[in-house]
Design a protein around this ligand. Structure first.
Ligand code: ADP
Length: 462
């Protein structure tokens, strides 16, 4: 094979294609704002679904009483209870439990899944101690976080469009998931009621807004990505038939589906082509945790094919899709030592490259950094696009005051370089004056308590 230096032109090309300079960020932010407007005008008019949450009451801090949350979105479901003490006492007590969902339940019938959930919930309710108080004559109310594609029909109902993320439960698509849960609770003799059905991003925004009412946007950067924000109902053409007057609501953008104007490489296109959803979720595939490691792996494969980057023979494990994961990139990028010993051991352990020279290790870091930097900068452009769209709708709403963007998700939490690139891009786009007003803040478990807070803010007894 050719010497390691034969990989240099690939790196140079990659850096150029992933640079995402200001004009590219500008184009992406503007396209994001335009697509948001299209999605608000009519369903299917843009790439962003812009799903109305039907949340018209955000938690204010005045909520009191006992509320439950149920979170179904992956291989676990979480149950949580919280005792709210109003303006001064806020969250008096909270307890939660996590239950893993057996494979056969994920592929069973609707009744089996919801019975399993209702049973878990019932066991959890049975452990409620006297730290929690339910007023006489009330049912326990639940905020149900359901992180699958739903056509929301009201604050407490929504129809499942399709299962995703490994769920293949029969008979649920086309049904109201709250009705499914209610029926299962009835079969269990569990007398509770769902007061809010929410997407996890919406729950995150509600939770962050409870603690800081300058919070206007929530962004999740984890395995996947999504964002939601507070919108005025009068600027949502597709809701005008509801006669809502002037109120605020939360819009779930589903921004992962965005693709307009993104700087993509051959590696992105190949990964997308081989994915289970080709042509879909392109923004998500460029900026979120599930994919960043895989893009880097694909670059390294090409480099190892044309050079002796990892020694004379091609490391076999490198050929396996998704072996290199985003946390590995992160660990390698934290290695500040002269000999890059941590990089060496990760390359050895993960892709079986036992002969990575110092030059090769440096190349791997540069490839990772190009992909991470592009991801962070594009995420920042998306945030700037949302903020600019909001400001355009009513001047001063965003840049005339303090505005908080609440952030959550494993990628954002754990990857310092990604975070910095993202924030830099926001500042570059907004400029020093406007960005002074924007606080990008990590919210810890917004979505767990957030759903319970939404149940409280939308209580049937209020
Ligand atoms: P999810 O998005 O799956 O609901 P999280 O918000 O916890 O859950 O995000 C998990 C994702 O965060 C992982 O898939 C991974 O991509 C990313 N992640 C986790 N740990 C790290 C890390 N140390 N460095 C970089 N990314 C990480």
């Amino acid at each position: 094979a050719a010497p390691t230096s034969a990989a240099a032109p690939i790196l140079a090309d990659l850096r150029l294609q992933c640079a995402a300079p200001l004009p590219v960020l500008r184009r992406v932010a503007d396209a994001m704002a335009a697509d948001m407007r299209a999605g608000l005008a009519a369903d299917g008019a843009g790439e962003l679904k812009m799903i109305p949450s039907h949340v018209y009451s955000l938690p204010t801090g005045n909520e009191t009483g006992l509320f439950y949350a149920l979170d179904l979105g992956g291989t676990n479901f979480r149950v949580l209870r919280v005792q709210l003490g109003g303006k001064d006492k806020r969250v008096v007590d909270t307890e939660f439990e996590q239950v893993s969902i057996p494979k056969e339940i994920m592929r069973g019938t609707t009744e089996e899944l919801f019975d399993f959930i209702a049973m878990g919930l019932s066991r959890f309710v049975a452990t409620e101690s006297d730290k929690f108080h339910l007023p006489q004559g009330r049912k326990r109310e639940i905020g149900f976080t359901f992180s699958f594609p739903v056509k929301q029909t009201s604050i407490d109902s929504g129809i499942l469009i399709k299962w995703t993320k490994g769920f293949a439960v029969s008979g649920t698509a086309g049904k109201d998931v709250v009705a499914c849960l209610n029926a299962a609770m009835e079969r269990q003799g569990l007398d509770m009621r769902v007061s809010a059905l929410v997407n996890d991003t919406v729950g995150t925004l509600a939770g962050a807004h409870y603690w800081d009412d300058d919070t206007m946007v929530a962004v999740i950067l984890g395995t996947g990505t999504n964002a939601c924000y507070i919108e005025q109902t009068e600027t949502i053409p597709k809701l005008q038939h509801l006669v809502l007057g002037t109120r605020n609501t939360i819009i779930n953008t589903e921004w992962g589906a965005f693709s307009d104007g993104l700087p993509l490489t051959e590696f992105d296109r190949e990964m997308d082509g081989e994915s289970i959803n080709p042509g879909e979720q392109i923004f998500e595939k460029t900026i979120s945790g599930m994919y960043l490691g895989e893009i880097v792996r694909r670059v390294l494969v090409k480099m190892a094919q044309v050079s002796d980057l990892f020694g004379h023979s091609f490391p076999k494990k490198l050929a396996e899709p998704f072996v290199l994961r985003t946390p590995h990139l992160c660990a390698m990028q934290q290695d500040n030592s002269d000999n890059l010993g941590e990089v060496e051991s990760i390359l050895n352990d993960i892709i079986g490259a036992s002969q990575a020279s110092l030059e090769a290790r440096k190349t791997v870091i540069q490839v990772s950094d190009s992909i991470i930097r592009r991801g962070g900068r594009l995420a920042g452009a998306g945030i700037a696009g949302i903020l600019e769209k909001m400001e355009n709708e009513s001047k001063g709403q965003i840049f005339g005051r303090r505005t908080v963007v609440a952030m959550d998700g494993g990628l954002y939490e754990n990857y310092p370089q990604y975070r910095e690139y993202m924030k830099e891009a926001v500042v570059e786009l907004l400029g020093p004056e406007q960005s002074k007003h924007i606080a990008i803040e990590h919210t810890k478990d917004g979505s767990g308590i957030g759903a319970a807070l939404l149940a409280a803010a939308n209580s049937k007894y209020a």
